[in-house]
Design a protein around this ligand. Structure first.
Ligand SMILES: Nc1ncnc2c1ncn2[C@@H]1O[C@H](COP(=O)(O)OP(=O)(O)OP(=O)(O)O)[C@@H](O)[C@H]1O
Length: 337
């Protein structure tokens, strides 16, 4: 089945978030209203039974995208559509109805579980909130079995501190499944776990995607894990999307100089000895998002930058592999590889 054939659950278009910067005494005289341009004009489509990875370095706006799509933040501009219908939710009953379909998993399972309550309490609450508490004991058992915490009675009356990091993240996932959602927004779900147990949690998410036909947004700074786990990969730099396509193509034939830099800087034993590409010399730091660079936001660090890169924002250029695109002027004419 190709990417375009599965049912679209959640879409964002033109998604934009600018956080106003609090004005200091000196700024009071100026008319300028400064803002952090955290997310600009982002487009994402989440489909049933598919994992979409959103990859980028710290501060690139990934978490903000997840929170916008979960409707935890109001947006500055853009549209979010659930099954094709635009939705804007500001708390209350409408938020509960939305959260029944779209659930979020956070990076730190210890912070997202209340240390004074047991697993039973957390899961019962989720089931009750979403009207699924009928036959409670059976539903609690089923949730724990879904996240492979078996036998369930061993875990139900445990407190968060009595569980390992991986078990806690599994409880957080079970709590999200308590809503019986169609989409999961997973914000760095394994980055706080020991390396040895990350794979187990990613495999669990993949298994849930297949068994429950979930649409998953997988946020990560680790592009190697996107290749392993995601069907589609989107790359974000300084608040903007720079490249997207199926994960194999984006990770094996990256087109945007920033994606290449990300891959070159990720440790990969398969590529030892192949270093020394121009991207390796692209040092520097991500830009300030209060006054982001004009044109392509990567231009100050890009070894291929041309004059127009600092003045004109590159649109998405389609590349030879179906569904692969890059927002980079290098691909304006004929797609080069
Ligand atoms: N509530 C907020 N108020 C002001 N600025 C914010 C707020 N939340 C995020 N930002 C800023 O927006 C930008 C994007 O942050 P975000 O957390 O989305 O990035 P990220 O890619 O998820 O990074 P990380 O992996 O470190 O979480 C950063 O410059 C951050 O400082």
């Amino acid at each position: 089945m190709t990417v375009t054939e599965t049912e679209v659950v959640l879409e964002a278009e033109g998604l934009t978030k600018h956080f106003p910067v609090r004005r200091g005494v000196r700024d009071l005289l100026s008319r300028e209203h400064k803002a952090v341009h955290a997310v600009d004009d982002v487009r994402i489509t989440l489909r049933r039974g598919r994992v979409t990875a959103l990859v980028g370095e710290s501060g690139s706006g990934k978490s903000t995208v997840a929170r916008l799509m979960a409707q935890l933040y109001g947006r500055t501009a853009g549209e979010i559509r659930l099954h094709g219908s635009p939705v804007t939710v500001r708390g209350g009953r409408k938020f509960r109805a939305y959260a029944r379909k779209v659930q979020m998993i956070f990076q730190d399972p210890f912070a997202s579980l209340n240390p004074t309550h047991t697993v039973r309490y957390h899961l019962t609450r989720a089931l009750k909130i979403h009207g699924r508490a009928g036959d409670l004991e059976q539903n609690l058992r089923a949730l724990l079995e879904q996240v492979q915490l078996t036998p369930p009675e061993r875990y139900l009356d445990k407190f968060p501190h009595e569980l390992s990091g991986g078990q806690r993240q599994r409880v957080s996932i079970a709590r999200a499944l308590g809503a019986d959602p169609e989409a999961l927004l997973a914000d760095e779900p394994v980055s706080m776990l020991d390396v040895s147990i990350r794979l187990g949690v990613l495999n669990l998410l993949r298994d849930l995607k297949e068994r429950l036909n979930l649409a998953i947004l997988y946020i990560t700074h680790d592009i190697a894990s996107a290749r392993y786990f995601a069907d589609e990969t989107l790359v974000m730099y300084a608040g903007r999307m720079v490249e997207g396509g199926d994960s194999e193509t984006v990770t094996q034939h990256p087109a945007h100089p920033y994606t290449r830099l990300l891959i070159e800087s990720a440790p990969d034993p398969d590529r030892l000895g192949q270093l020394g590409t121009p991207e390796d010399q692209a040092g520097g730091e991500p830009p300030s998002l209060i006054a982001p660079p004009t044109g392509c936001r990567f231009n100050p660090r890009c070894v291929y930058a041309m004059p127009k890169c600092s003045t004109e924002l590159p649109p998405r250029f389609e590349l030879p592999t179906a569904g692969h695109w890059a927002a980079c002027w290098l691909y304006e004419e004929e797609p080069a590889r």
